[in-house]
Design a protein around this ligand. Structure first.
Ligand code: 5GP
Ligand code: ZN
Length: 113
């Protein structure tokens, strides 16, 4: 499932560039273009779901792939603590309507970020 004009679908199809940081069969990770924490990575399902609830209720394999990739990258790139967040709905700050986990940390490992 893809959506024309969805910027994260276009990144998943490698049609527009992003600074990739990891990938598995069903998920892709790249650095946020406008980081709001010292470590700020986005992890997306390769298939299009509008938000984390749509992803979870429709595609458990993609959900697990997103969370596995996010967890691997958190352990690799965050020194001590980190956060996963999914803004859902404009009122909660969602601006890109393709499900994505924000992996953020105040304590990146020195070689990261
Ligand atoms: P949201 O506000 O929807 O939770 O998060 C969307 C995130 O995507 C924001 O943190 C924003 O900086 C990031 N973003 C938006 N467009 C692009 C892009 O084209 N490339 C990258 N790498 N990040 C983007
Ligand atoms: Zn999309």
């Amino acid at each position: 499932m893809t959506e024309n004009g969805c910027i994260f679908c276009r990144i998943a199809r490698k049609e527009i560039p992003a600074k990739l940081v990891g990938e598995n069969d069903l998920a892709l990770a790249f650095w946020d273009v406008s980081p709001r924490q010292p470590l700020h990575i986005l992890v997306i399902p390769k298939l299009h779901y509008a938000n984390v609830a749509e992803l979870t209720l429709n595609d458990e394999k993609s959900l697990v792939s997103v969370m596995k990739l996010a967890s691997e990258l958190a352990l690799e790139h965050a020194e001590e603590s980190f956060r996963f967040s999914f803004n859902t709905g404009a009122g909660a700050g969602q601006t890109v309507f393709h499900a994505h986990a924000h992996l953020t940390s105040q304590t990146p490992r020195s070689e990261s970020a």
